[in-house]
Design a protein around this ligand. Sequence first.
Ligand code: ADP
Ligand code: ZN
Length: 753
Amino acid sequence: MLHKPHQILRSVFGYEDFRLEQERAISTVLRGEDSFVLMPTGGGKSLCYQVPALCLDGLTLVVSPLIALMKDQVDALRLNGVEAAYLNSTLDEGDQRMLANRLRQGEIRILYVAPERLVTERFLNFLATLNPVLFAIDEAHCISQWGHDFRPEYRELSRLKERFPNVPLIALTATADEQTRRDIVAQLAIPQKNIFVSSFNRANIRYFVEPKHDTYEKIVAHVRQRKGESGIIYTLSRASAESLADRLKADGFSALPYHAGLERAVRTRHQDLFLRDEVQIVCATIAFGMGIDKSNVRYVIHHDLPKNIESYYQETGRAGRDGLMSDAILLYSNADVMKLQKMLVIEDNPEQTRILIQKLQEMRKYAESRQCRRKYLLKYFGENFSPDEQSCGSCDVCLKPAQEQEFFDATLHAQKFFSAMIRTGERFGAGYVIEVLRGNTAKVRLEHLNLKTFGVGADTSAAEWRRIANELCNEGWCERDNGEYPILKLNEKSKAVLYDGEKVMLPKAEERKRSSRREREIAATPKFAARDTTSAIPHNEQLFERLRVVRRSIAESEGVPPFMVLSDATLMQLATYLPVSVQEIRYIAGFGEVKTERYGEKFAREIQDFTVEHQLPSQMNSLPQKRERSRESASSASSTSSSVQRVNTDVSKGLNATAFETLRLLKDGNTPETIASMRDLARSTIFEHLASCVAAGKIPLNDIVTEEKEEAIIDALREQEWREGQGLKLVKEALGEGFEYGEIRAVIAAYPR
Ligand code: ADP
Ligand code: ZN
């Protein structure tokens, strides 16, 4: 192993800690074992293979079916200074030959490949000459027929294992139900102990369900709140994607449509404008999956009901990949259920139809439920969200104060409704029962015209009856059969109402006033758009905007979308902690070495100007990772040896000039011994320099400390129960001859925790 994972995380990606199961997945790969990683979108799957790829000495292959995303991944890696490339059908002969050459030279560390390329005999033979060290199978659910996106080419991937049995493989996906999961694991023969499943809770997404009336006003209210931020609005039809985008545009918002009916060039242009933050809102059809990884999508609105919870979860998951607070809003009406119900019927395939309708019913239940949305979603995916807590504090149900909901005594309504059900033989859905209650002679069958319940509910509107019927079903007062045409059945509770006079309390209908559009919009606002701030940390908005401008200009010159240069989360940290020098910027999450070097100066200058203009003091001391790192470097510099004082290098400040000179000489191929004599410095001093180079992530530990020595040093540190902040004298004595303080310090620096 060349590098330690933490070192790579810091120096290349600029992040402080691993998330979720990243660390365990990475160690498994580095032990040479196969693994399976299930993590929600935005969880950080890429680092699970990118970090080990850079720890190992050789080529990592990433199999991905999403050609559109390959270039993005490669661009993003290159911005962090990682040599990466992709091989797919978009490359011409010349490109491919050039790529083959670079691969032969060992210039490329990470190669993205489309599956159909990979498994050709020719490619496998070529691969055998290249020293592959890791296979990553992205979107691994494509291997399973049970998944929603089965790809036959993926089946062939098991050949990789036959051909390269000793190369570890890591399979990753964000979407896999139990059956798909088992299938992936079985087909790739992944050991049970190496399955890493993270929680699917997207803590930074707030879930809201709103009744679908005054729809446009609700959307506008939200978009206004999120002014200048990116959002996706999903619609069912192309026409409504178009008309919604037009209407928003006419009202002065920055919106474009995106659907399969647009010409390819138009679609690409619209997508690019969105990716580049030049258009804020995209109105897209649900049918068209957008091949995008834009990390700063702040909200996803479902203008129409999705067909199932899987799609809903995936679509809402496109919000907040950068970890900042984001909203998922569903506009719900029963009419959408009816519409979809018709659309989902597959001729001559009742079995498939049944499954689709069943899934739609689950979606309906979610929307109509008055349970915590998060809990409901997670339960659907087989996860028990904080079982002791009823409230997640960030969905419409949990945010609504209990007293806000008023109830009324609906016992009489329920009795009428249930007896109409009985008298029509429990063979009908709510719609028909309501016609009977309302006394609709035109719709009711002849044999039901003389029922005692015929017309007994005429004093209540059909809409109100529908609402009551829904509440009765959702609250379990009766049952809904999940067939193609949902039939209502009585249960024990309905019988108690009918025969034992049990009381039914139901929520009152929401008031709906006719009013001007602007008034309705304002009235719509507090429901889901009221918020503290747009994000987790109280940053300076004005500075954030200025930093966005800087980012945009860098993105333009690099030819990549802005979120790829630096995430919104990183800009927000800048606008909170106000680093004014490149040295300080190193502490900000998201600034790896390459980005610090390339862009640090520009941002530091902008922040410097801003803080001077507004006389703002630095907030760097409240930055958690700064405190963390200073503590470490203080400990690595503390020692009894006097020579240490001279090279008291704060790792965060990069390298001082003399350490840098040592680094240069080392890179030129000189040994520490020769450098010492060339520079007329003590050998121990040279090792101090090298320790600071390791700490700064400039060189891999094992360049200066052999693995045997590394082990011995770790043992000695453990044995002496060495703690950060203590001197190293005892450790050195325990090690005996042949060890430098610098070597010990280098090992400590390479193990940040
Ligand atoms: P996924 O592929 O699982 O949807 P990504 O790999 O694209 O997620 O990661 C989502 C975002 O989270 C990216 O911006 C990535 O840089 C960031 N990220 C991943 N791991 C970490 C980490 N350990 N610390 C901070 N940010 C991280
Ligand atoms: Zn909740």
